[in-house]
Design a protein. Structure first.
Ligand code: ZN
Length: 196
């Protein structure tokens, strides 16, 4: 049976992540070339929500707030027009930060707004320019000058960094203890995901 050291496994995971990052970089470069301001995922969700915007009756209640009422159920949500983008008190918006059907409806009703599909209506979390790989993609396309001292991280540098980080890790000898720590971390991650 083949056995691998923790370092070999970590290196394998690192190269796997690196390959995924390269695929992401290539996708972002493609979007920049096509002058897109958000991803196809955002586009599909946004269009899907906008399709339902005719279901609501919108009323300006002042202070940059709009009441968005479902014409059938009467359920009411509040859309606020504040920087950096319009927000809604519905769970869909709070969970995804994507423009929900209430926001799309309020934008259409608000005369001080431009068209629905404007980057100003999109939370910065989804704007392409804020993607962690956007700068790298721009530099790679020759649309932005590289910053810093001009040196780039070589694969060797990355490997050396990985070894340095690995050597600082301390792992409990007891299998039960390792399991308990992982289980604890998993519970914390789950809680963070639920309350995010
Ligand atoms: Zn909403």
């Amino acid at each position: 049976m083949l056995t691998y050291s923790l370092f070999q496994l970590a290196t394998h995971v690192f190269h796997h992540v690196e390959r995924i990052e390269n695929e992401k970089l290539s996708a972002i470069k493609d979007l920049i070339v096509r002058k897109e301001k958000w991803s196809p995922y955002v586009k599909s969700k946004w269009e899907e929500h906008a399709k339902h915007s005719a279901r609501f009756q919108c009323t300006d209640t002042g202070d940059d707030k709009w009441e968005v009422r479902n014409k059938v159920s009467g359920k009411c949500n509040i859309v606020e027009f504040r920087s950096p983008c319009p927000s809604c008190d519905c769970n869909r918006f709070k969970a995804s930060l994507l423009p929900c059907s209430h926001i799309c409806s309020a934008i259409t009703a608000n005369p001080s707004c431009n068209e629905v599909y404007d980057v100003q209506n999109l939370h910065p979390r989804w704007r392409l320019v804020y993607h962690p790989l956007h700068r790298m993609a721009m530099v790679s396309l020759g649309l932005m000058a590289p910053t810093g001292n001009g040196t780039t991280n070589s694969v060797d540098d990355a490997d050396n960094t990985a070894i340095a980080i690995y050597s600082t890790l301390t792992v409990p000898k007891s299998e039960t203890k390792r399991y308990n720590i992982l289980s604890q971390l998993w519970k914390q991650a789950m809680q963070q995901a639920v309350h995010a």
